[in-house]
Design a binder for this molecule. Sequence first.
Ligand SMILES: C=CC1=C(C)c2cc3[nH]c(cc4nc(cc5[nH]c(cc1n2)c(C)c5CCC(=O)O)C(CCC(=O)O)=C4C)c(C)c3C=C
Ligand SMILES: [Fe+2]
Ligand SMILES: [Fe+2]
Length: 346
Amino acid sequence: MPSRAVLLVNLGSPDSTAVPDVRRYLDEFLGDERVIDRPASPLLRSLLVHRLITPKRAPNSAHAYEQIWTAEGSPLIVLSHRTAQKLTTALGPAIPVYLAMRYGNPSIASVVAQIAADGIDEVLLFPQYPHYAMSSWETVVVKVHEEAARLAPRLRITTVQPFYADADYINALHAVAAPYLAQPHDLVLFSFHGIPERHLRQTDSSHAHCLTVADCCITCSPAHATCYRAQIFATTRALVARAGIPSDKFTVSFQSRLVGEPWLTPYTDHLFKQLPTQGKKRLLVICPAFVTDCLETLEEIAVQGRQEFLAAGGETFQQIPCLNDHDAYIQFLATRVRRWLTDGSA
Ligand SMILES: C=CC1=C(C)c2cc3[nH]c(cc4nc(cc5[nH]c(cc1n2)c(C)c5CCC(=O)O)C(CCC(=O)O)=C4C)c(C)c3C=C
Ligand SMILES: [Fe+2]
Ligand SMILES: [Fe+2]
């Protein structure tokens, strides 16, 4: 019987809030050609990222991380470890659970080397992203395969596909959101991490659908297998149906953009300023692109977003936590792992 294991991979955080650590992390993150992919020349891109962007960004990012850092470290890392621990308990000792980060530590290289040293033959790679994006799900899958080819060439890898509409994932979102949805509110804002519009066109396998066909994301197409926006709308539709949210009580927006080119719209920070003027003064915010609370939910939304919304005339601002180590999310993960163990499907 081959020896099997699960590998959870999340995005990662700096080792500390010290500016040099944040800069090293940003250098690795933004140096990824699937995250910053322009200019096309590797030399020019490297100059742009390592000489211009990260030196300027690192002190501001370090300050943002200081706002959310805990005694145990980065929330994303701490919460991911808790999730891995709970999954280990749910699955029992026969199936070890490993955890790696795409950027920073524990690195994919170190964890793949450990998997090989432990004599594992087959692994279920479980990227902790519900939606496909070349800057999230795809870069994890490519990096794990690169490191496995180098460090564990005999390892067989099965990869969990983006699970944006999986009924158990939607049930888990609903389990976390239900107590908040029961409170009075005017609007539920579904705020997803943005990506450049250009990335949608680039990952459109048909080269003729995304942002080309009218209403591209609701017109059925094979391009949706790699369309971040179509998958986001699918998650939203599924949760809205599951929770019975009326059509005039929710909207979708995109956060965390960088400057320089159009990203997916509407922008979350613009809505925080506009919604109170449209009578939407009691806001509930949910961020389903992130399975784990992180800088983007705990600082950008919970700190900055709240301030912006209240300063614009908003009255109440309530944020729904991410899935984190909620029992319903552990159940979703465990169900997928057991399915793989039983019939090999992912
Ligand atoms: C949910 C999926 C994510 C996608 C898609 C994504 C794309 C993307 N991100 C950047 C730039 C930054 N993102 C940063 C933080 C960050 N991003 C995600 C997830 C996705 N990013 C998470 C979970 C986090 C939080 C990490 C943590 O430690 O808590 C940052 C770093 C912080 C900062 O300086 O603002 C940057 C930079 C780009 C350019 C991009 C797509 C092209
Ligand atoms: Fe689309
Ligand atoms: Fe990001």
